[in-house]
Design a protein around this ligand. Structure first.
Ligand code: HEM
Length: 180
């Protein structure tokens, strides 16, 4: 595990994958009591009044936009939606204020309801990538434009079906042994 964590580019690839393709892109929670949430940046409401807080009522549901926070252009820059592992060589200042439990992002959420399995997931991902990319070459078996994302609770790669059938959770790949 220490050896895997000592590989900086593998770390950047895992971070960038979990930032751009957060497996849970949205979570819904419920306020257990009335609350007032202070805002970093005030906003103008529909009546034209400036608001510096959000008032929550007990029982109100709150959508936590994990994927949107992870790809916010005001934090990550114009190319926020693009996969670019090199960006982790210079982590943007604004990302330090994201209250996530790991990695300057919201993928594993934060606070008392944060994911308890995130360390396990990171080691698992690194071990799998480390093993697979040294043994095999991967190539998409269909044009990239035929692949989209579909979210139920989990977000998955999905193969567009152009024959009016339901799209399928698939990512067809050609896999070859790495030639030595
Ligand atoms: C890439 C993989 C994973 C991602 C992206 C992920 C993400 C999350 C997120 C966003 C939450 C918060 C859900 C919410 O309350 O809105 C969560 C909760 C949780 N996760 Fe994960 N998770 C991952 C893997 C795992 C693994 C491997 C385990 C167990 C070994 C695990 C165990 C849990 C548990 C028990 C909770 C509930 C914590 C609580 O409510 O107190 N997760 N996860």
């Amino acid at each position: 595990m220490d050896e895997l964590n000592a590989l900086p580019y593998l770390d950047s690839v895992v971070r960038e994958t979990l930032r751009v393709h957060a497996p849970i892109p949205e979570s819904i929670h419920m306020a257990m009591q009335h609350d007032i949430i202070p805002l970093q940046t005030p906003y103008i409401d529909k009546l034209g009044n400036t608001q510096s807080h959000i008032r929550l009522k007990k029982g109100q549901t709150i959508i936590i936009p994990i994927g949107t926070v992870n790809t916010d252009k005001t934090i990550w820059g114009k190319d926020a939606g693009e996969f670019n592992p090199e960006r982790w060589q210079h982590v943007p200042e604004g990302s330090h204020s994201i209250p996530g439990v790991w990695g300057n992002m919201f993928t594993f959420l934060g606070g008392p309801k944060a994911c308890i399995g995130y360390r396990f997931s990171l080691v698992e991902m690194k071990a799998l990538i480390f093993t697979l990319v040294r043994a095999f070459e991967f190539e998409l078996a269909v044009p990239a434009s035929n692949i989209t994302k579909k979210t139920t609770i989990l977000q998955r790669p999905t193969l567009k079906d152009f024959s009016d059938e339901v799209d399928k959770n698939e990512l067809p790949l050609l896999v070859r042994l790495v030639s030595s």
